[in-house]
Design a protein around this ligand. Structure first.
Ligand SMILES: Nc1ncnc2c1ncn2[C@@H]1O[C@H](COP(=O)(O)OP(=O)(O)OP(=O)(O)O)[C@@H](O)[C@H]1O
Length: 141
C-alpha cells in the first residue's frame, strides 16, 4: 500500500503517547485530526462542497451580516456533528472491533442521526436565508 503524505506524517510520530510539549505540537495534531476526517469521510467532503457552494451563493447575492452569522452557525453545526460522528465511530471500532454489538450499533446510529439533524437544520436555515434574495434576483433579472 502506498502511503500518502498525511499517512507518512502521522506514521512519523505515531508512537507519541505523552502530552504535547508546546502549542505548535498541539496545533499540528488538531490539524491532522481535521485533515483525517476530510480524507476518510466521504460525507465530510460533501459538507465542505455544500459549504463552498453556499458561501459562493451568499457572496453572489450579497446577503447581509446577520444572514452570514446564521450561515456560519449552520456550517459549523454540520462540520462539528461530522467530527463527533467520526470520533464515535473510531471509539466504537477501537473497543468492539468488527464484532456485532447492539450498543455499538446504537452509538454509531445515534452519532449518524446527530449529523443528519444538523444537516436538516442547515437546509432549513439555507432556505429561510436565501428565499427572499432568490425571489428578488428572479424579479430583477
Ligand atoms: N460493531 C458493530 N456492531 C453493530 N452494528 C455496527 C457495527 N459497526 C457498524 N455497525 C452498523 O453499520 C453502520 C455503518 O457503520 P460504519 O462504521 O461503516 O459507519 P459509516 O458508514 O462510516 O457511517 P457514516 O456514513 O455515518 O460515516 C452503523 O451505523 C451501524 O448501524
Amino acid at each position: 500500500m502506498r502511503l500518502g503524505w498525511l499517512d507518512k506524517r502521522l506514521a512519523s510520530y505515531k508512537t507519541q503517547t505523552k502530552k504535547n510539549r508546546h502549542f505548535l505540537q498541539s496545533l499540528g495534531h488538531a490539524l491532522d485530526g481535521a485533515l483525517l476526517v476530510v480524507k476518510n469521510e466521504r460525507n465530510m467532503r460533501f459538507h465542505i462542497l455544500m459549504s463552498v457552494v453556499t458561501i459562493g451563493l451568499g457572496l453572489y447575492l450579497g446577503i447581509g451580516r446577520a444572514d452570514w452569522l446564521w450561515i456560519a452557525v449552520a456550517i459549523t453545526s454540520v462540520i462539528t456533528a461530522e467530527f463527533l460522528n467520526t470520533i464515535v465511530e473510531a471509539l466504537v471500532d477501537l473497543t468492539i472491533g468488527s464484532r456485532y454489538d447492539a450498543m455499538a450499533k446504537t452509538a454509531k446510529d445515534v452519532a449518524a442521526g446527530s449529523t443528519l439533524l444538523a444537516a436538516g437544520f442547515a437546509v432549513v436555515i439555507g432556505i429561510l436565508i436565501f428565499e427572499p434574495y432568490v425571489r428578488y434576483w428572479i424579479q430583477t433579472h
